[in-house]
Design a protein around this ligand. Structure first.
Ligand code: 57M
Length: 359
């Protein structure tokens, strides 16, 4: 909005020319998201407490989690509010992509919010059924896939990190692939969000890396130089990614151990869906497995554990899945598990950036 209001005035005030630049607006989006969450955080936590929006903790988990009963949850609402305000303030709103991203993020947020609310307010309710949740997730992701499919310049080819010449063409099946990536990412972030700051840290890293990739994908000269797919208009997604990175960083302030609030499904499902959708739109889909390697590892640990558990009639690969519980059970204290996962996430983010030059 500020872009539309202020940039045209650059003819009278030269300094306003700066609003043209995606780099400047991305930095402003980071700052806006960050300070909004920092500023509103305390009042938001008090409001959650007043409305008794507190975490329900399962009895079968690590004992260290019992003390987390009643910690305010659904903090994801604050993240989503800050992401939306920041994106609307700084992005070019004539561009389809920020709207598409906000649309899928808020849709997934609604699914998560409904689930959270039922779990908290309806005693003994497990929230939305897994099937119901999946159905709504698939519907949202299919809508994104179809919008892209009918968008001029649709490209059904995949980009394979480290092999820039290899671009398998999925054609119309790309829509199915998009659904798989978006729904998979959403659920992977949701599974990761089980320790203070565990999902928030890698979210900051992943959205920052995708900020860089979005900027490059939308830049005709740089994308050609780096041999990555050029996606007309994708630069504006750098602003969305900046808003997500800044808002998540602000949220981490309150979500760091010992957490003053959790994001809830409203946050985790939405963030995962957003990262999946950015990866799809800027055609760096497979790269998400590297950028969001922590999320992938956590989801894989659950798939392997549950599969093995069923096949063997009750035997386990890990002490407990998702993977972070395994380390807790081994006796690592929570902040140690979290900070070590962050370290891995930063290294994975740098590896993803290195793919720009390695081919
Ligand atoms: C939700 N939710 C957290 C919070 C957060 C298939 C199965 C493996 C699924 C999995 C599952 O349900 N995962 C998704 C994970 C929960 O946090 C809430 O949920 C939101 C995210 N969706 O924002 O609102 C708990 O996580 C802790 N937490 C923090 N700090 C945070 O910043 O400490 C969350 C955020 C919170 C809090 O304790 O209550 C969760 O873990 O429930 N299921 C599991 O993860 C279960 N695993 C399991 O049963 N494994 C089995 C295999 C055979 C299936 C095994 O390995 O033996 C464990 N979950 C829990 N306890 N809580 C089991 C034990």
């Amino acid at each position: 909005m500020l872009y539309h209001l202020l940039y045209p005035l650059h003819e009278y005030f030269k300094a306003l020319n700066v609003f043209r630049y995606i780099t400047f607006r991305s930095i402003m989006a980071i700052m806006t998201g960050f300070f909004l969450v920092i500023w509103l955080g305390p009042a938001f936590i008090r409001a959650l407490q007043r409305h008794q929006i507190g975490q329900v903790v399962r009895d079968d988990g690590p004992a260290s989690h019992y003390s987390k009963r009643g910690v305010p949850t659904m903090g994801g609402l604050l993240i989503l509010f800050a992401v939306a305000v920041s994106t609307l303030l700084w992005a070019d709103l004539t561009n389809l992509f920020p709207w598409l991203l906000l649309g899928i993020t808020l849709w997934y947020g609604c699914i998560g919010a409904y689930d959270d609310y039922r779990k908290i307010k309806k005693r003994n309710s497990k929230g939305l059924s897994a099937r119901g949740k999946l159905l709504f997730q698939v519907a949202g992701a299919t809508a994104v896939g179809l919008v892209l499919f009918f968008h001029p310049g649709f490209d059904g080819q995949l980009s394979v990190p480290f092999f820039k010449g290899l671009r398998p063409d999925l054609g119309a099946a790309y829509v199915l692939f998009a659904v798989l990536v978006i729904v998979g990412a959403s659920n992977a972030v949701n599974l990761t969000d089980g320790l203070d700051g565990l999902a928030t840290g890698p979210t900051v890293v992943s959205s920052s890396v995708y900020l860089v990739f979005s900027y490059l994908a939308g830049h005709a000269v740089l994308s050609a130089y780096l041999q990555i797919p050029f996606v007309q208009g994708a630069g504006e997604l750098a602003i969305f990614c900046g808003a997500l990175a800044g808002s998540s960083l602000g949220f981490l302030w309150y979500n760091a151990f010992p957490a003053q609030m959790f994001m809830g499904d409203v946050g985790s499902l939405a963030i995962g869906g957003a990262l999946g959708a950015v990866a799809i739109i800027i055609k760096q889909e497979i790269l998400l497995a590297i950028v969001g390697g922590i999320f992938v590892m956590e989801a894989l640990s659950v798939i392997l554990q549950v599969g093995y558990f069923k096949m063997t009639g009750g035997r386990r690969i890990f002490l407990m899945a998702p993977f972070h519980h395994h380390f807790e059970k081994k006796g690592w204290v929570e902040p140690k598990v979290v900070v070590r996962f962050w370290i891995v996430s930063v290294i994975l983010g740098l590896t993803a950036l290195a793919t720009l030059k390695l081919r």
